[in-house]
Design a protein around this ligand. Structure first.
Ligand SMILES: Cc1cc2nc3c(=O)[nH]c(=O)nc-3n(C[C@H](O)[C@H](O)[C@H](O)COP(=O)(O)O)c2cc1C
Length: 645
């Protein structure tokens, strides 16, 4: 297999097909865009394999246990047709297509020990006959992969897969030939490789995905991982090894958030490289979002190939832009983890991929059909330079409209400015730079420190007006004592424009990142922080892939969290709460400052006034000025307005 460059989309099951179990135009549009955008290796989405269940056992499908079925997609002829069309597109773009074969291991495993993330779900212990059947399934699926035109096959032995659970000393306690020390535990992987090689011959590249280290009590460390890679390599069956780290419930997760450094675990790539014959290529993946970092890692010998999954979700064209030296035009992934959170615990229906900063994701087919330069350039005024306003302006300007942005602050970015001040969130500022660069490049007239009212808008005689005036922190109307001097809003705390005492109570009715990031911001400034939270868990809406990284940070900086409490009264010397569920009341004392985090309230007065006046031909409200939601929704809302103006 000859890969045209070293940039790899390792497999990412982002659920881009709208037809479950089939490969539709949405899937092809999503992943082939990366190939056209210059990514050399396209891993697309995993092939979940079938399993020989005992008679009359139903399929097992559950968020906590993964997925196991009698019948797998690769056995469906319609899947072959779609997949063939897809690999053809990848080849047309000059890239290679890799198929990842995955047996998940929550319901069956080498030993009756719960895999990470499966909670108390104790798996069925595999018998010899079942192991043989499963090995054969890898071979059967590989033969299909070859038929549909794949260039390479990867057996998934990382994360929560069966391959992993054979390799791990935690989940493999077998005393037969499939267990024991590293040489025993790799046997399953080596036999799977042998079967697959037997089924596909020598024409395809063959490899595995494997963790450089288990971040798990009792799990293998990097030395043991290296030992196993070495022995697997000795089999002579490996063309490549794809190294990453993390669990789907872990800290780190294998989709690391912005709390981690760029390529933080790159040493594990270098280590595998040292242990393998140079003919076996090492691919390393993990929060590399920038071609410059990737180039540096290649030069310094950390790996032969670089996994850049979210880099391509954020900007499918990033590789072409890098090649052409258009670095400032790259929209870098900010590692907010919305893509994996949406894929694992969808917040949207019908389920679609989501990206906080790339509005095209999940809507590729619509954008391909509708996006085109305008044939009637209009004068467009956007009020508000947050993400929704910027995206409306950017897309409208790209299409040829003449756009003015009026922003009352000193800088574009809106709430992103606040978000990027939080610890581990500095990458969020990249998106502000991106908007600033793009609006300048596209000739948008950005007027900062410029407010807007009816008169301002009317004086501009715009054909289209987009009101993206954002939202403001919510002040609860059922709490007494809000006017006391030690009560402040979370946004002001993170802006740094209010006095905060040493002992801080954060009272939260916000279930995403705002509360934990404000808590961490203050704790890192040396404050003693306790959060009183309305829901059962801080970060209740952060999916399980990512919440562990947040909770680990809370623990590291010593933030105390008390869940299930609703504030009723603030007094100079204490706080009165009622339980969210039980109705009991509680009093908490000993705080110098009370910080409120209650979400935000839309600001759409100007839109309402313009609507009543009825003078603007095309009037839109965008982003949180309509409803405060997450970043991806604001991005999409603004960009979609830009698409239709
Ligand atoms: C939405 C999503 C789904 C993923 N699904 C898989 C998968 O099915 N198999 C796999 O091995 N890795 C999967 N990954 C992990 C990626 O291959 C990659 O290792 C991870 O995103 C970190 O790389 P990045 O920092 O370049 O994004 C997934 C990642 C994302 C974002």
């Amino acid at each position: 297999m000859l890969v045209p460059n070293r940039i790899c989309e390792t497999t990412n099951t982002i659920n881009s097909s709208q037809i479950p179990g089939e490969i539709d135009d949405n899937f092809i549009a999503h992943h082939a865009a990366k190939a056209r955008g210059g990514t050399g290796w396209i891993g697309s989405e995993t092939w979940l394999l079938n399993f020989p269940f005992p008679p009359e056992t139903p399929d097992e499908v559950g968020l906590s246990v993964g997925f196991a079925a009698h019948q797998a997609a690769y056995q469906n002829p319609a899947f072959h047709v779609g997949m063939k069309k897809f690999t053809d597109e990848v080849h047309d773009a000059g890239s290679v297509a890799i198929v990842q074969l995955t047996h998940l291991s929550a319901v069956w495993s080498p030993s009756a020990i719960p895999v990470v993330g499966a909670q108390d779900y104790t798996p069925h212990t595999l018998g010899e006959e079942e192991i043989q059947a499963i090995l054969q399934i890898y071979a059967d699926a590989a033969a299909v992969a070859k038929d549909i035109g794949a260039d390479g096959i990867e057996i998934h032995c990382a994360h929560e897969t069966l391959g992993y659970s054979f390799l791990s000393p935690v989940t493999n306690k077998r005393t037969d030939k499939w267990g024991g020390g590293p040489q025993g535990r790799i046997r399953f992987v080596v036999e799977a490789l042998e079967r697959v090689r037997g089924a596909v011959g020598d024409g395809l590249a063959l490899g595995i995905r494997m963790s450089g280290k288990e971040f798990r009590q009792g799990g293998f460390d990097n030395l043991e991982s290296r030992e196993m890679v070495y022995y697997i390599g000795e089999s002579g069956l490996l063309d490549f090894v794809s190294v990453d780290v993390g669990h789907c419930w872990g800290a780190p997760s294998y989709v690391p958030s912005s709390y981690f450094g760029h390529g933080e675990f790159r040493e594990f790539g270098k280590a595998a490289r040292a242990d393998l014959d140079p003919k076996t290529k090492v691919l390393f993946t993990g929060r590399v979002n920038d071609p410059v970092i990737a180039e540096e890692m290649l030069k310094e010998g950390y790996c032969d190939l670089i996994g850049m999954v979210r880099a391509g979700i954020a900007d499918a064209e990033f590789a072409n832009k890098a090649r052409e030296g258009r670095l400032a035009e790259i929209r870098r992934c900010i590692s907010c983890t919305r893509c994996i959170d949406e894929a694992s615990e969808p917040m949207t229906f019908p389920y679609k991929p989501r990206c906080s900063i790339n509005p095209v994701i999940g809507n590729e087919v619509r954008w391909a059909n509708e996006y085109r330069p305008t044939d009637s350039p209009k004068k467009v005024v956007v009020v508000g330079g947050g993400i929704a306003g910027c995206e409306a302006a950017r897309i409208a300007a790209e299409r040829g409209h003449k756009v003015t942005v009026l922003e009352q602050g000193k800088r574009l970015g809106g709430q992103l400015i606040l978000a990027s001040k939080a610890p581990g969130r500095d990458d969020f500022e990249d998106q502000i730079y991106f908007e600033e660069n793009e609006l300048a490049r596209l000739g948008v007239d950005v007027q900062l420190e410029t407010g807007a009212d009816l008169d301002t808008i009317n004086a501009l005689s715009a054909d289209a007006v987009v009101i993206a005036t954002g939202s403001l922190p919510r002040v609860p109307d059922d709490v007494k004592g809000l006017d006391l001097p030690h009560v402040v809003q979370g946004w002001d705390a993170i802006r740094g424009n209010v006095q905060i005492g040493e002992r801080v109570a954060i009272v939260s009715q916000e279930d995403y990142y705002e509360t934990p990031t404000i808590a961490e911001y203050l704790a890192q400034k040396g404050k003693q922080v306790e959060v009183f939270h309305k829901s059962t868990q801080l970060g209740f809406e952060i999916a399980r892939y990512s919440v562990a990284m947040v909770l680990a940070h809370m623990e590291n900086v010593g933030v105390q969290v008390t869940p299930n409490l609703v504030l009723t009264e603030i007094q100079a010397d204490g706080l009165e709460f009622v339980s969210s569920f039980g109705g009991h009341t509680y009093r908490k004392e000993g705080f110098d400052s009370v910080v409120l985090v209650y979400g935000s309230v839309p600001q759409h007065d100007l839109y309402d006034q313009l609507k009543v006046e009825g003078k603007v031909a095309q009037l839109y409200v965008a982003g949180s000025a309509w409803v405060p939601r997450f970043m991806a929704e604001a991005t999409q809302h603004g960009a979609t307005i830009g698409l239709v103006i």
